[in-house]
Design a protein around this ligand. Structure first.
Ligand code: HAM
Length: 425
C-alpha cells in the first residue's frame, strides 16, 4: 500500500465541510474590509524565501522543501505566502495608485518540521496582506479583521499577544547589545544559537533551550528601547485596540520566526491545542517590498493556521449539519430511467438529490438514504410508473404523501416547504 507522505494529511468529509464553513466566513469578513483574493503558485524560486524570511531562520535552514528542477534551477515549495504576495505585487506592478492594496489568499504551505498534533509538513493558511500603508490605524484594522474572523467562527479562549520589533533606526543598537551579551555568555547557548547569535541574535528568542532562555532573562527588552517614531506607532495601535475593547498581552519576547518584521508583531494563541498554541501570527514588514526589488512601500499582514482553526472549531462546535437531500429509491430496472430523469430535474433546480443505480432492495436503499441524511425519499417502482404517482416520505416525521411523477414540480413543491435550493429557488 502506498501511503501519504509523513506530515501530509488527507482532508476528508465531514471535516471538509468544516473547512468550507471557515473559508466562507473568512471570505465574507475579507469582503467587508475591502480585501480581494489573490492566488499564487505553490512553487517559487528558492531565493525569494532566503532573501525574505532570512537565511538564519529555522524555516530557511531546516524546513524548506527545496530541489533543483530539470534545468538545475533551485525551486522551493512555499513555506509561507507573504514573500509570494510581495513578489506578485512587485512583478505585476500592483503598487500603482495611492491606496492601500489589500489581498487575501488561502492554500497549502510546506515546512519540513517534526510532525505532531497541530503541526504538519503540508498545512494551510488563510493569509491577509495590506501593502502600501504605514498608518498605525492599519495595524489596528488588521488585528480587528483577524479577530472578527475568529469571533464570527465563535472560537473561544483566545489571547492576543503583541510586541514591537522596532525599525532600522532603533533595532541595530539593540542587536549590538544582544550580540555583546551573547558573546560573553556564549558557552551557555545551544549549538544553533552559538552559530546564529553573531549574525541574527533575535533568533535566540525563538529557541526552546532552557539555558538560552535563562540567558535572555538578563537582556533588556527591545520594546523598552524603541525610537520615538516606533514608540508613537505602538502607542497608537494599542490605544486603538483599547478603544475597540480588544484585550491583549504585551510580550517583549515575541519575535516571530521570520526576519522581515518591523514594529508591530502579534500572535493569537489558544489554551486548547497543547504545544502548538499559535492559531495566527503576523506583523508589519516595512522593508520587505524594497528588499525584494520593489518600491519602498510599508506593509502588514497575518496568517491563520487552518488546521488549528478547524481543530478548535471541532472542539467547540457541533459538526455543520448535512444539507437536506432528496433520495429516489428505485424498484426494478424499468423505473430507473424515469428516476434518473427526476433526480436530474431536481438537481438542476438547485436541490441536493441522489439515487442509487445498483438495483438494491428497498430496505438497502432506505438505509442508504438515511445515512446520507436525506430529508425526503421518493419511492418509484413499476406500480408507480403505471399510476404516474409515487409516495414521497418525509424521513423525519415519517409522513408520506403521493406526488405526481409526470415531472419534478410536485416533488419540488414538497421540498420547497422544507428548504431552499442552492440557487435560491
Ligand atoms: P507563521 O507564524 O509562520 O507566520 O504562520 C502562521 C500560522 O500558520 C501559525 O500561527 C500556525 O497557526 C500556522 N502554522 C505554521 N506552521 C505550521 C505547521 N507546520 N503546521 C500547522 N500549522 C502551522 C507566517 O507564515 C507569516 N507569513 C504570517 C504573516 C503574513 N506575516 C505577515 N503577513
Amino acid at each position: 500500500m502506498i501511503k501519504a507522505v509523513r506530515g501530509m494529511k488527507d482532508l476528508l468529509p465531514p471535516e471538509t465541510a468544516r473547512w468550507h464553513h471557515i473559508e466562507t466566513i473568512a471570505r465574507a469578513v475579507f469582503r467587508c474590509y475591502g480585501f480581494q483574493e489573490i492566488r499564487l503558485p505553490l512553487l517559487e524560486r528558492t531565493e525569494l524565501f532566503t532573501r525574505s524570511i532570512g537565511v538564519n531562520t529555522d524555516i530557511v535552514e531546516k524546513e524548506m522543501y527545496t530541489f533543483p528542477d530539470r534545468h538545475g534551477e533551485s525551486l522551493t515549495l512555499r513555506p509561507e505566502a507573504t514573500a509570494s504576495v510581495v513578489r506578485a505585487f512587485i512583478e505585476n506592478r500592483l503598487d500603482q495608485g495611492a491606496e492601500v492594496k489589500k489581498y487575501f489568499t488561502m492554500g497549502p504551505m510546506f515546512r519540513y518540521e517534526r510532525p505532531q498534533k497541530g503541526r504538519y509538513r503540508q498545512f494551510h493558511q488563510i493569509n491577509a496582506e495590506a501593502l502600501g500603508g504605514d498608518a498605525p490605524e492599519l495595524d489596528a484594522e488588521m488585528i480587528l479583521l483577524l479577530l472578527e474572523i475568529l469571533e464570527r467562527l465563535q472560537i473561544k479562549n483566545l489571547e492576543l499577544v503583541f510586541n514591537s520589533l522596532g525599525c532600522s533606526q532603533c533595532r541595530p543598537a539593540y542587536l549590538l547589545e544582544l550580540t555583546a551579551l551573547f558573546a560573553r555568555g556564549l558557552r551557555d547557548l545551544c549549538d544553533d544559537c552559538q552559530r546564529r547569535s553573531a549574525v541574527n541574535p533575535l533568533r535566540v528568542f525563538d529557541c526552546k533551550s532552557k539555558t538560552c532562555q535563562e540567558l535572555l532573562h538578563q537582556v533588556p527588552a527591545l520594546s523598552d528601547q524603541l525610537c520615538d517614531d516606533c514608540q508613537r506607532h505602538e502607542q497608537r495601535v494599542l490605544e486603538l485596540l483599547d478603544r475597540f475593547g480588544v484585550p491583549y498581552r504585551k510580550n517583549p519576547r515575541l519575535v516571530r520566526g521570520l526576519d522581515y518584521y518591523t514594529r508591530t508583531a502579534f500572535e493569537v494563541i489558544t489554551t486548547e491545542l497543547g504545544a502548538q498554541d499559535a492559531v495566527a501570527g503576523g506583523g508589519r514588514y516595512n522593508g520587505l517590498i524594497r528588499e525584494l526589488g520593489g518600491p519602498d512601500h510599508p506593509a502588514i499582514g497575518f496568517a491563520i493556521g487552518e488546521e488549528r482553526l478547524a481543530a478548535l472549531l471541532s472542539q467547540q462546535q457541533d459538526p455543520i449539519p448535512a444539507r437536506p437531500l432528496l433520495f429516489i429509491a428505485v424498484l426494478g430496472r424499468t423505473a430507473l430511467d424515469l428516476a434518473f430523469d427526476l433526480v436530474q430535474a431536481v438537481r438542476r433546480q438547485g436541490y441536493v438529490a441522489d439515487m442509487d443505480f445498483a438495483d438494491r432492495s428497498l430496505k438497502a436503499q432506505m438505509t442508504m438514504a438515511n445515512r446520507r441524511g436525506a430529508s425526503q425519499v421518493l419511492i418509484v417502482g413499476d406500480k408507480e410508473l403505471a399510476a404516474r404517482q409515487a409516495p414521497l416520505k418525509n424521513m423525519q416525521s415519517g409522513q408520506q404523501q403521493m406526488v405526481s411523477i409526470e415531472g419534478p414540480s410536485e416533488i419540488l413543491a414538497a421540498l420547497g416547504s422544507e428548504t431552499e435550493g442552492v440557487y435560491g429557488v
